[in-house]
Design a protein around this ligand. Structure first.
Ligand code: FES
Length: 109
């Protein structure tokens, strides 16, 4: 079992140092929810289907992330507050490669 350290800045600008498991098939949105870093109902609205953008986050570290899928790209092209480093948290699986990842949650839209 391997855990990774992730820094997540919440929507109030508070930085949280999180330890996330890599062996539970969790994605970043689920990690945010399990640590209650965003109020219930404001993140993960579509259940992780790349259909709501409530899990949008900005990637601050140089961490190598998996390529965006078509669904993610399409959703982000319609979402608000999108930046060059925007990703959908629900599309990012927690793997050992995520060690040191730093993200900031996008504002609620
Ligand atoms: S939870 Fe809806 S797009 Fe990620």
């Amino acid at each position: 079992m391997e855990d990774v350290n992730i820094k997540i800045t919440d929507r109030d600008g508070v930085i949280h140092d999180i330890v996330a498991p890599t062996d539970m098939a969790m994605n970043l949105m689920e990690v945010v929810r399990s640590y209650e870093l965003a109020p219930e109902g404001t993140i993960g609205v579509c259940g992780g289907m790349a259909m709501c953008a409530s899990c949008q986050c900005y990637v601050l570290s140089k961490t190598e992330l998996p390529e965006m899928g078509d669904d993610e790209e399409a959703m982000l092209s319609e979402a608000f507050d999108v930046k060059d480093n925007s990703r959908l948290g629900c599309q990012i699986q927690i793997t050992p490669e995520m060690e040191g990842l730093e993200v900031e949650l996008a504002p609620e839209s």
